[in-house]
Ligand binder design. Sequence first.
Ligand SMILES: [Zn+2]
Length: 295
Amino acid sequence: MNQTRHAGIWTIEDRCESTWHYLPFNVPAGTGALRVELDYDRSAAVLDLGCLGPAGFRGWSGGARRFFVIGADSATPGYLSGEPEPGTWLAVVGLHRIPAGGIKYELTASAAGNTAQASDPGPAQPVTDRPARRELPAEAGLTWLAGDLHAHTVHSDGAMTVRELARYAASRGLEFLAVTDHNTISHHGELPAASADHGIALLPGQEVTTEHGHANAFGDTGWIDFREPPDEWLACTERAGGLLSVNHPYGGQVSWTGVALELARSALDDAAGLVAGLAPGGDRRRRQRLAPAWL
Ligand SMILES: [Zn+2]
């Protein structure tokens, strides 16, 4: 087994220099699986954890996990399975909350030849308790669909697997659901089967999540690099044919701030115009004033 160890202290100065720090480790040819563990006093600080391989993004778990495994056929939720290519990999550490005195850490990366087998999830449970469809009046040729544009699974900080969430959403009468795990797309591969098994349209998404604001990238856009500025999230999403939404812009600790604020403001203006154009009847100018409060 090939092992790399990094240890030290992250300080406030490190955080001021950059939110993101990179700890390299070597993956030799013939590696079937790798395991990375980040150890620190979790009662004193919050460190995020992710991974970049030589070919790019391999996963993200934020502050939700102590370790992750990437193997040829399976990976820890939040991470992309696939044979680990040989070369220099980077463990990404986000300095989310650092105490005044700094925080001691130890990161261990191990590469091994054998790989864990992907576990078979077994047959899907049929949805037998789906409520009757609600019919609402609509313009000719249009239909209202019940759905939700923001949900998380075990691929980030949610409690349910993709299949459990699909079953739950269908049993609550939803017809579509966007699965928008934080800063990762490792759930995308599970959506088509879960969608077919449970009779619900599952839309691929990613909640781009930073300290300066959150946004949902909808569509099969590939991974959106959250370390880039928000204008780049928008450009990448649109280039890939997706749609970007501003999430909870006035959401207390997760509000949009600083550099991200301009994008949030212009999105709110767009949304106000959209809502004013869609909503039937009433006073158009009043709806435009109200629309930002709805988001
Ligand atoms: Zn959010």
